[in-house]
Design a protein around this ligand. Structure first.
Ligand code: NAD
Length: 263
């Protein structure tokens, strides 16, 4: 099959598809032939991406969903599967940076919110998607973790975020083992800094700024390109993992960071 239509006939669900990495991946998967269902808590943004897909001749559907809400996730996934008749690809990508601060100043509610969206939200997405994937006797799940799940560099204060991202990698590995007999592959992408809207929604307290460990980056803080990556570059990796080109790839966390994590 020509690479252009790698995902022809497949149905994908993308959480957090209204912006950034999710948006770029949804557009790319649709261009490769997939029908795309969105679960996003800002449905008006996801509707804009849906409209873009439709203008290009593709099909999409939006289910307004907060991924930390179990009932809403179950309903949203069922709505999309009812609409398109099957499910082959799940991109569990919705996430927030949340509040970055010291351990003492971290409010319990802020910890719960970050873990609730990033980790519980990923679990809920998998929990309610897996029965549909099993019906196809195959499928691909991709989780957006982060290099922060493993390597802690200049991000003092990102305690809840890093814990949630590490948890996603552990969840991915367990799910990959459990689902292998069903021919369902599960992988994580771990981006470094990528230009998206996520930083606009991050609250970094003064204490966290002060606690920040000063690190000298070599000139240009990103070795490969000298600057953060683009959402479309992550989308290329997501599409690869979603496709049959990755038929023997499962249980893996893949860094996509231009060697940022090697500094
Ligand atoms: P973004 O803010 O541009 O997009 C996030 C999307 O998730 C938005 O559409 C938002 O509405 C949605 N979302 C947030 N909370 C939600 C919830 N509770 N329910 C449903 N949808 C929700 O951010 P992004 O950078 O594209 O982030 C996507 C993923 O990439 C996140 O998991 C993030 O942790 C991860 N990531 C980002 C970077 C980066 O530098 N941008 C680096 C590593 C990992």
């Amino acid at each position: 099959m020509h690479a252009d239509k790698l995902l022809e006939g497949k149905v994908a669900i993308v959480t957090g598809g209204g912006s950034g990495i999710g948006r770029a991946s949804a557009l790319d998967m649709a261009r490769r032939g997939a029908k795309v269902g969105f679960l996003d808590r800002t449905p008006e943004e996801a509707e804009k991406v849906k409209a873009e897909i439709e203008r290009e001749g593709g099909e999409a559907w939006v289910a307004a969903t907060d991924v930390s809400d179990a009932k809403a996730v179950e309903q949203g996934i069922n709505e999309i599967v009812e609409r398109f008749g099957r499910l082959d690809i799940v991109f569990a990508n919705a996430g927030i940076n949340g509040v970055w601060t010291t351990l003492e100043d971290m409010e319990v509610e802020d910890w719960d919110q970050t873990l609730g969206i990033n980790l519980r939200g990923t679990f809920l997405t998998l929990k309610y998607a897996v029965p549909h994937l099993k019906k196809q006797a195959g499928g691909s799940i991709i989780i957006t973790s982060s290099i922060n799940g493993n390597r802690i560099f200049n991000n003092t204060g990102a305690t809840a975020y890093s814990a949630s991202k590490a948890g996603q990698v552990a969840l991915m590995k367990m799910a990959a083992l459990e689902l292998a007999p069903h021919r369902i592959r599960v992988n994580a992408v771990c981006p470094g800094a990528i230009e998206t809207n996520i930083d606009d929604n991050t609250e970094r307290t003064e204490e966290a700024e002060q606690a920040k460990i000063p690190v000298e980056y070599p000139e240009g803080s990103h070795p490969l390109a000298g600057k953060p990556g683009k959402a479309a570059q992550v989308a290329d990796l997501v599409t690869y993992l979603a496709s049959d080109l990755a038929s023997h790839v499962t249980g893996t966390d893949i860094y996509i960071d231009g060697a940022e994590s090697l500094l």
